[in-house]
Design a binder for this molecule. Structure first.
Ligand SMILES: NC(=O)c1ccc[n+]([C@@H]2O[C@H](COP(=O)([O-])OP(=O)(O)OC[C@H]3O[C@@H](n4cnc5c(N)ncnc54)[C@H](OP(=O)(O)O)[C@@H]3O)[C@@H](O)[C@H]2O)c1
Length: 246
């Protein structure tokens, strides 16, 4: 029997990037997975079809996780289709890097509404709907510890995510649910690559112990452990997954 057989997992922002690989790996382990996206149905359906073709179970659901009503609908539709929610991966996120003097109100609000508000209210839905031995993993970033110019708002959003993770552990513990954060270093996805020069990317590769970028699989492999029964004594923690970047 596969280790996530019978479990239902929502992975926010799983139409591409790190979320896509998490969804595919959890489906390979037997979970029924919800592929969530905000604006790109084709990509989400491609992920869903790929999982179904391999014999897995998946649905694609649109929900802008910065909107509370969409987050509530995401849980309601998941429960209508699969009957429950056992695993929540708060992965959807965006990054707008600018020096302090150039940051506009909209840049600040967008990042806080997706990265912080979205994660927080998805956790609230998990509290309302998730049962004993549920698993929540929030995606942070290693730049909460490695300071770069122009990352201030983004790093601030993820600092809040790490604090929620610590703060909520005892509330979720009373229901037998664990909540942890995974903080990747630079990972080879659109979010990281867009707007960077080849030289900047090469510089980033040199900052870890192995001289390469992380790949989404490097992150998803740790998520596999954190959603398994083997991680049941770990909660409220942030685990940096970055090849020694910091
Ligand atoms: N890549 C890195 O180097 C890195 C490092 C550390 C941490 N992270 C974190 O890892 C997570 C995933 O990053 P990634 O690199 O995989 O990003 P990505 O390649 O840009 O993918 C982002 C995903 O999130 C979805 N999304 C964006 N806004 C959304 C919203 N409002 N509601 C629902 N879904 C939304 C996108 O769907 P649509 O296309 O439909 O909008 C897409 O599926 C983020 O939280 C990011 O901060 C990434």
């Amino acid at each position: 029997m596969k280790i996530l057989e019978g479990k239902v997992a929502i992975i926010t922002g799983s139409s591409r990037g790190i979320g896509r690989i998490i969804a595919e790996q959890l489906a390979d382990l037997g979970a029924k997975v919800v592929i969530n996206y905000s604006s790109n149905p084709e990509k989400a359906e491609e992920v869903m079809e790929g999982i179904i073709q391999k014999g897995g179970k998946a649905i694609a659901l649109q929900a802008d996780i910065s909107k509370l009503g969409d987050v509530e609908d995401l849980f309601t539709k998941t429960i209508d289709k699969f009957g429950k929610v056992d695993v929540l991966i708060n992965n959807a996120g965006l990054m707008i890097n600018k020096p302090l003097a150039d940051i506009r109100e909209v840049d600040f609000d967008k990042q806080f509404s997706v990265n912080v508000k979205g994660t927080f209210f998805a956790c609230q839905q998990a509290m309302l709907h998730m049962e004993n031995s549920g698993r929540i993993v929030n995606i942070s970033t290693s730049v909460t510890g490695q300071m770069f110019p122009a990352y201030s708002v983004y790093a601030g959003t993820k600092g809040a995510v790490e604090q929620f993770t610590r703060q909520l552990a005892k509330e979720f513990g009373s229901k037998g649910i664990t909540i942890n954060a995974v903080a990747p270093g630079p990972v080879n996805t659109e979010l990281f690559n867009i707007g960077k020069t080849e030289q900047q990317i090469e510089g980033m590769k040199k900052m870890n112990a192995f001289g390469r970028l992380g790949e989404p699989e490097d992150i998803a492999n740790v998520i596999e452990f954190l959603v398994s029964d083997k991680s049941k004594w770990i909660t409220g923690q942030t685990i940096r997954v970055n090849g020694g970047f910091i």
